[in-house]
Design a protein around this ligand. Structure first.
Ligand SMILES: [Zn+2]
Length: 311
């Protein structure tokens, strides 16, 4: 074996180890133990508890054996940083696939046999809100529909088809609508600038904005106003899902499927509940009867508490 080859082999070995080491380092098994503060606002109105979500530690070992969590999370491994474009993507993919197969050799074979996700996620297309990643879920664990600003409208056959498949075929147990602070789509809908074709889509959010204009006008800080619209837009999508014939039929036949509203903070990486857990038609009715101005009043109160806690 020549020196050159030996050197090359060594380099290859190190490179592989780097990937594996990084994968292991990033497989942050208990990172969901972060304590979140629920200081977004509509939640404080709808549920008084500031409870943390259970960690389900007892499931962790089992999870390890059946579903390796999305492993390559925080950017490319050292061996691929020099690559660009498609080459980088393919190389990342090879490393990802290898890392998963090392942990669970039959993972992809099992995947090929079908999917049984328990969660259907409706979120924003924003690249900073990757649902698999932030929930640490492996392929096969979450069914997804994403669009600009997580808008659900009753005329969107794309979204409704995914919803129907999720509920009627996959029989998911949770439909999650997740908005996020710092949403460019929502910010654009707040302004008057014209963006061309996308204005048609943003019109859906502008409609939500118009419905709550008086309350939004009371919020002077532009960022707070945007956060409020993010929350109320997510609420609107929750309600639109709940009002769909798909959910109505599912609940009528007694299917156990709930709709949950969440908001993600790209500044902290934390999800918070918006306080909407709709498990049947009665929950929807109750939610529809809520006077939206009370949501904003509660929002203002909670914001004041948050500000005083910070100072
Ligand atoms: Zn967004």
């Amino acid at each position: 074996m020549s020196t050159t080859t030996a050197h090359k082999d060594t380099t290859t070995t190190i490179s592989t180890e780097n990937i594996t080491t990084q994968v292991q380092a990033l497989d942050i098994k208990n990172s969901h133990k972060h304590h979140h503060h629920n200081h977004h606002l509509l939640h404080k109105y709808s549920t008084s508890s500031g409870e943390e979500i259970d960690d389900h530690d007892d499931d962790d070992d089992e999870d390890d054996s059946c579903c390796p969590r999305s492993p390559v999370t925080l950017g490319p491994s050292p061996s691929v940083t020099k690559e660009h474009g498609l080459a980088r993507l393919i190389k990342n993919n090879r490393a990802w696939s290898k890392a998963i197969r090392e942990r669970q050799p039959d993972f992809f074979e099992k995947c090929s046999k079908g999917q049984q996700p328990k969660v259907f996620w409706i979120g924003c297309s924003d690249s900073r809100v990757p649902e698999n990643e932030l929930l640490q879920l492996a392929p096969g664990e979450i069914f997804t529909h994403r669009n600009i600003a997580n808008v659900v409208v009753s005329t969107d056959l794309n979204c409704l088809s995914v919803l129907q498949y999720a509920v009627e075929v996959l029989k998911v147990e949770q439909v999650v609508v997740c908005g996020h602070y710092g949403c460019g789509g929502v910010a654009a809908a707040l302004g008057d600038h014209s963006y061309g074709l996308i204005d048609h889509w943003l019109g859906n959010i502008k409609e939500v904005k118009a419905q709550h204009q008086d309350n939004l006008d009371l919020i002077k800080d532009q960022e707070e106003k945007c956060r409020a619209l993010v929350e109320i837009n997510a609420r609107n999508s929750v309600l639109t899902v709940a009002k769909s014939p798909i959910m109505k039929a599912a609940w009528e036949r007694g299917q156990k499927v709930e709709i949950v509203g969440l908001v993600y903070d790209i500044q902290t990486g934390l999800l918070s509940e918006l306080g909407y857990h709709l498990t049947n038609a009665e929950d929807l009715k109750a939610q529809l009867s809520v006077d939206s101005s009370t949501l904003f009043t509660a929002r203002a109160t909670a914001a004041a508490v948050t500000v005083s806690a910070r100072s």
